[in-house]
Design a protein around this ligand. Structure first.
Ligand SMILES: NC(=O)c1ccc[n+]([C@@H]2O[C@H](COP(=O)([O-])OP(=O)(O)OC[C@H]3O[C@@H](n4cnc5c(N)ncnc54)[C@H](O)[C@@H]3O)[C@@H](O)[C@H]2O)c1
Ligand SMILES: [Zn+2]
Length: 696
């Protein structure tokens, strides 16, 4: 790969993980892995400064604003923090601070715990809380005052009369472990996927529309910063003391340190102790105490130079490998999963063991990925292994303590040759490490996987059904393929029961479908009958037909009938559709089972045709004018704008060039595109200006 490709590749990855993390409250990789990728991009950009763009993830706060809440501009930007996992880099930071100040100037640090939640900003006017806003993209955030007000520890009014007329406080909104565990149990009972960690759960809860629901989730907040136009404090320490005085919840763990050595001691002191806290922390934050010195040191585009966060490496602990089970996923891939317990639980039966205590929770399972990984680690059942839970994603086994071999009996692990779910002989595809069960028509987890794909948000969007509910319906024999969903009746569903076993405690819990659940499920299924044809096409799960390809096919063929009968040649006639996709589509529709499924879905009244009408001309107002649409709009979907432009005679171009007449700019568009448009003298239109153009 050329450096250019590498940079592009890393940028795309980081943008994707940022989107998942900030918008969807999901961590697909651990923070440590994310930070590693980011550091790698910083390194490349330093080597090739000409390839660095102003909208690179190294230059921006990762979040964005959403369309669901009013947007608020921050009075003072909300930055991120530089971070490190190494003590040497902490010393380097100290060195930079020393050099950034006058020679010989004394300075102090304040150390605080780094709480793992989301950054929030609160504005008080005349002593009253008026607004609570998320960090967003650092410049603008989402107004979530309705949810902020559910935090019981946050004062709605300050009694002290000495406070400035207008000021802002900032802090971390979080979900304590106790609330987190309660929420996950509830989600599991409802058959919905649980959150991977308290941060993601907090982020999801703060962005709920319904504040009554947010209140139920038991959110809390620690304040760690004060901002105002009036200078009333000289140092961060003074502000923390005053905040406490005024009734704010300030974390009790902070300390003043006179040197980097004391800072490192603080770091060591909290490394284990932090697990005794009622909430998740992922490191510590070190800040220069004096405000004057903070101003002297200044900030980069993304973070202040007077602060840094030290992140603790993921906790790694020895555990006993009790056994290995083989799980079959929705694609048929077989994954080995380790059953673990704490070392001193060797004599207990597995059901009664609690597991290894890691990052605040007990762990009894860890993924072993594939057969090669077992071989690479040289694993045997009975071994002492090292387990890590990084960023609290699925725990993994990082190594074996072979020095312990011989103390206890160990047994080699044999990978099965037949599918543990359906008995079909497993196969290995050329060039892949995983073993697969090839029976995609009968193997239960694969059938369930198809249904799960069908209801997915980007497919039929039946959000009243989740994995747990599908599993129950499948196990009861009510739903074997997606078409069965449309035959479900109220009586089929009411009172369905299932027993859940809590992995940690071994306790059993019975769940059953009550009236409200059943009504919701049926409503969701009913609504899906109106889902556009392109979504249905994606929902079928045809190999190589992702959401984008499905849309292209739907736009081109316009109906299931046309598509079903399309020859390979006519499929190849669709722009950007190649041989592999054409082949796969043809094979799908030639299969008799699939034909039965399609006919049943047709009988269920799903949309088998594209709705959108061919463009009807409205005027010639925009004739000869070209447009690029970018960003998110308040009153229109992008597609609507596109249709509007075409209906009035305009043309849509794909990129900004000197030939372009107008850039229709919404929120969140990349600054580089804006810059380019300005440079080339392209007229930049806001949503309102565009509407004005059509009305003139
Ligand atoms: N796993 C993923 O997929 C993924 C994706 C994106 C980001 N991330 C993680 O998020 C990080 C970036 O997030 P970020 O920009 O919020 O940076 P950050 O979380 O590393 O640090 C800044 C934030 O720390 C918080 N904080 C907690 N305690 C604080 C205290 N006492 N004082 C000041 N601030 C405190 C504040 O919310 C502040 O905004 C990445 O480095 C990565 O670790 C992970
Ligand atoms: Zn199988």
């Amino acid at each position: 790969m050329t450096p250019e490709q590498q940079i592009k590749d890393l940028t795309d990855k980081l943008n994707y993980y940022n989107h998942r993390y900030y918008q969807e409250s999901v961590s697909e990789i651990s923070d440590q892995e994310f930070d590693f990728l980011l550091k790698e991009l910083i390194r490349l950009e330093e080597m090739y400064p000409e390839l660095k763009t102003s909208d690179s993830p190294t230059q921006r706060v990762g979040g964005t604003i959403s369309k669901e809440f009013p947007t608020v501009y921050h009075r003072y930007p909300m930055q991120s923090l530089d971070n490190t996992y190494s003590e040497q880099e902490m010393r380097n930071f100290d060195e930079r601070v020393r050099k950034g100040l006058e020679e010989g100037e004394a300075y102090e640090y304040i150390c605080e715990l780094k709480f793992d939640g989301i950054s929030l900003s609160f504005t008080y006017e005349e002593g009253t809380l008026v607004r609570g806003v998320t960090r967003g993209d650092g410049t603008r955030g989402d107004d979530i005052t309705h949810n902020i007000k559910t935090i019981r520890t946050l004062p709605l009014r300050i009694r002290d009369t000495q406070v400035p007329a207008v000021f802002e406080v900032r802090g971390e909104g979080f979900m304590p472990y106790s609330s987190f565990e309660k929420l996950n149990t509830e989600l599991e009972i409802a058959g919905d996927p649980p959150y991977a960690n308290p941060r993601n759960a907090a982020s999801g809860a703060f962005k709920l529309q319904d504040s009554a629901e947010a209140a139920r989730r038991g959110l809390d907040c620690y304040l760690y910063s004060f901002l105002s136009d009036e200078t009333i404090f000289e140092s961060h320490e003074e502000s923390l003391l005053a905040l406490k005085e005024w009734g704010f919840h300030v974390s009790p763990g902070w300390a003043k340190c006179a040197s980097i050595e004391e800072v490192l001691e603080y770091i060591h002191r909290w490394e284990q102790k932090r697990f005794e806290l009622p909430l998740a922390t992922d490191g510590i934050v070190v800040k220069v105490n004096s405000y004057a010195q903070q101003r002297e040191l200044g900030s980069t585009a993304k973070s202040p130079r007077w602060a840094i966060s030290f992140k603790y490496k993921a906790e790694n602990k020895p555990a006993l490998l009790r056994g290995v089970v083989f799980q079959v996923g929705r694609t048929g891939a077989v994954t080995p999963v380790a059953n673990l317990s704490a070392l001193d639980e060797r004599a207990k039966s597995y059901e009664r063991a609690r597991g290894v205590h890691l990052s605040g929770t007990y762990v009894k399972r860890a993924t072993l990925h594939n057969a090669n990984e077992i071989e690479r680690l040289g694993l045997e059942v009975g071994d002492v292994v090292f387990v890590e839970k990084s960023g609290e994603i699925i725990p993994k086994i990082t190594g074996v303590d072979t020095s312990q071999r011989g103390m206890f009996v160990t047994q080699p692990i044999t990978f099965p040759t037949q599918c543990p779910e359906c008995g079909t002989p497993l196969i290995r595809k050329e060039g892949e490490v995983a073993y697969y069960c090839p029976d995609d028509k009968g193997c239960p987890p694969q059938l369930r996987g198809k249904i799960e794909h069908f209801i997915h948000r980007k497919a039929m969007n039946i959000d009243s059904l989740g994995e747990g509910k599908i599993e129950l319906l499948f196990d009861k024999g009510l739903v074997r393929d997606p078409a069965d969903l449309y035959d479900l009746t109220y009586d089929d569903l009411l009172g369905l029961e299932k027993v859940l076993v809590n992995e940690e405690t071994g306790k059993e819990k019975k769940i059953s479908f009550r009236e409200k659940t059943v009504e919701n499920i049926l409503k969701g299924i009913e609504r899906s009958r109106q889902v556009p044809f392109k979504n249905l096409l994606f929902a079928l799960g045809i190999r190589y037909v992702g959401a984008t390809v499905a849309e292209k096919l739907a736009t081109y063929f316009r109906s299931m009938d046309q598509l079903q009968n399309a020859s390979i040649e006519s499929l190849l006639g669709v722009p950007e559709i190649g041989g592999r996709i054409a082949q796969s589509v043809r094979e799908y529709f030639d299969d008799e089972n699939n034909q039965v499924l399609i006919n049943r879905l047709r009988a269920a009244g799903l949309k088998f045709e594209t709705d959108d009408q061919p463009v009807v001309a409205e005027s010639t107002l925009l004739e000869g004018k070209s447009f690029v649409i970018s960003g998110v709009f308040r009153n229109f979907e992008r597609e609507e704008l596109r249709a509007k432009i075409e209906a009035n005679g305009g043309r849509i171009l794909s990129g900004v060039s000197a030939k372009l007449n107008y850039l229709l700019a919404g929120d969140n568009m990349g600054p580089s595109k804006l810059e380019k448009a300005r440079r080339l003298g392209v007229t930049i239109l806001s949503e309102e200006e565009f509407v004005g153009m059509l009305e003139s």
